[in-house]
Design a protein around this ligand. Structure first.
Ligand code: PEP
Ligand code: CO
Length: 468
């Protein structure tokens, strides 16, 4: 692996204007400056000319998000940093092209809405919803190759890069897939926006969001009583105010993905004159994964130049000095809303590692939003080799995260979850007590195991302090 791709010149354009006065400042950063540094986790494309053509086509397409939305999310994150809001970030480990369907998108939106409703009710704070969606198509892998029955092939790196089947042809990275991924990302967000604009997220109609689980789940009564109580409060407020309260706004759902495939990210990185800044307009919120946060690596170089709010995943291998360097490089002006630290230590290690990093971050003077990802430090394999996560470990890491932040006088302002609105069996435990033996029944993820909708709702209720 190594840096890929030819140099593409800085691309400047407004989102709406067709004539642009180019006043791009001359700095040592530009959207392709990362190409001179080692880029981890990038595919090796066999045909450079084909790759160049695909990236050039991608850069000509309109953006998926706008800088207004990106800046609005930054303001919401700044509020969460001050303890005035809570962030719910969730979705698939990897979206797939096959699952870019109406049913799937609706189910994901519903589960995120239901969870945020429960959390809003329990935490008494606005909940900012960020989907791991509309572009979560590229995956980092722990090994470059995969061996099955004596045959070794390049690893599957997500639908943006190659295919999950196990043949030579499946695993060849194909440049065209970045265009297919971008189109699906746009279709996904377009549908989410339409649903929200059409009133799907309206608190007057929480029954639209029903996933069908309410009737059967052990938590059904609790959920129903929350919905009832919210409806009553809303009625009361409307009587007092003498008018309808409209809480459903545009762009109530923000999009996020791991900013892993740097040519994809670079192709939609635009300089906006009226703001005097560069934006990655493939998504509102890109994050740097655990495997690509090296200080001298291409990802940190790319991320330092864009003005989106961004996440950094941090785990047990992160030292205090490394984290401080990342913060100084990525947020040199201590800008509010800019940085979100998503910690994923695992239930066993969080208490050992987190306090020291909280102290290290304080020393930098940068505001950060602390978010707990209780998924990625708790992955294990069953005796028969199936990747899973135990519900109890997920909840235990979350409880420790709340406790450690509180003890340190810090604020845990969000959660980052891998979940689906479907009734899959990928994580064990939860109210239905799924066991290792249940996993085979409906295991769909090609990468990490996700909470199913009941397990996800149970996590939301635990967070809201309504259970246990
Ligand atoms: C992920 O979020 O799917 C992921 C790969 O996480 P991490 O970088 O924290 O391992
Ligand atoms: Co994952």
């Amino acid at each position: 692996m190594g840096a890929t791709g030819a140099l593409f010149l800085p691309f400047a354009a407004a989102e709406t204007e067709t004539t642009v006065t180019r006043k791009i400042p001359t700095t040592d950063w530009h959207p392709a400056s990362w190409t001179s540094l080692p880029a981890a986790q990038q595919p090796s494309y066999p045909d450079q000319a084909e790759l160049d053509r695909a990236v050039a086509s991608l850069s000509r397409l309109p953006p998926i998000v706008t800088s207004w939305e990106v800046d609005a999310l930054k303001d919401h994150i700044a509020k969460a940093q001050r303890g005035e809001a809570f962030v719910l970030q969730g979705g698939d480990c990897a979206e797939t092209f096959d699952e870019c369907t109406s049913e799937n998108i609706v189910a994901k939106l519903k589960i995120l809405l239901q969870m945020s409703l429960v959390m809003l009710y329990g935490l008494k704070k606005p909940v900012v919803r960020i989907g791991r969606m509309a572009g979560q198509y590229a995956k980092p892998r722990s090994a470059d190759t995969e061996t099955r029955d004596g045959k070794t092939l390049p690893s599957f790196r997500g639908d943006l890069v190659n295919r999950s089947g196990f043949s030579d042809a499946d695993r060849v990275p194909e440049p065209d897939l970045i265009l297919r991924g971008y189109e699906r990302a746009a279709l996904t967000l377009n549908f989410v926006r339409s649903l929200i604009d059409g009133g799907f997220a309206d608190l007057h109609h929480p029954e639209y969001w029903d996933l069908g689980w309410v009737g059967h789940s052990p938590m059904a009564d609790e959920y129903r009583s929350i919905v009832h109580s919210i409806s009553e409060s809303l009625d009361f407020l409307e009587v007092v105010l003498g008018r309808e309260v409209h809480l459903a706004q545009r762009s109530e759902m923000y999009a996020a993905h791991e900013g892993l495939h740097l040519l994809y990210e670079q192709a939609q990185t635009r300089y906006l004159d009226r703001r005097g800044r560069w934006y990655n307009l493939t998504t509102h919120f890109p994050w740097i994964g655990m495997r690509t946060a090296m200080m001298d690596g291409a990802h940190v170089e790319y991320f330092r130049g864009i003005s989106n709010p961004m996440g950094i995943k941090i785990g047990p291998g992160m030292s205090r000095e490394w984290l401080q360097d990342l913060i100084r490089t990525l947020n040199p002006n201590n800008e509010p809303g800019r940085l979100t630290l998503i910690h994923r230590f695992g239930a066993k290690l969080i208490e050992e590692h987190l306090p020291d990093l909280i102290t290290a971050v304080r020393e930098t003077g940068s505001p950060v939003l602390w978010v707990c990802d209780p998924m990625h430090g708790n992955t294990e394999s069953t005796a028969s080799g199936v990747k899973t996560r135990r519900f109890d470990n997920i909840v235990s890491e979350l409880e420790s995260a709340f406790a450690v932040h509180q003890e340190m006088g810090s604020y845990l302002g969000g959660v980052h979850l891998e979940l689906t609105g479907e009734n899959v069996t990928e994580c064990t435990g939860g109210a239905r007590g799924l066991t290792d033996g249940d996993l085979a029944r409906s295991y769909k993820s090609t990468v990490d195991p996700r909470l199913n909708y009941e397990q996800a709702m149970e996590v939301a209720m635990r967070i809201a302090g309504l259970r246990g």
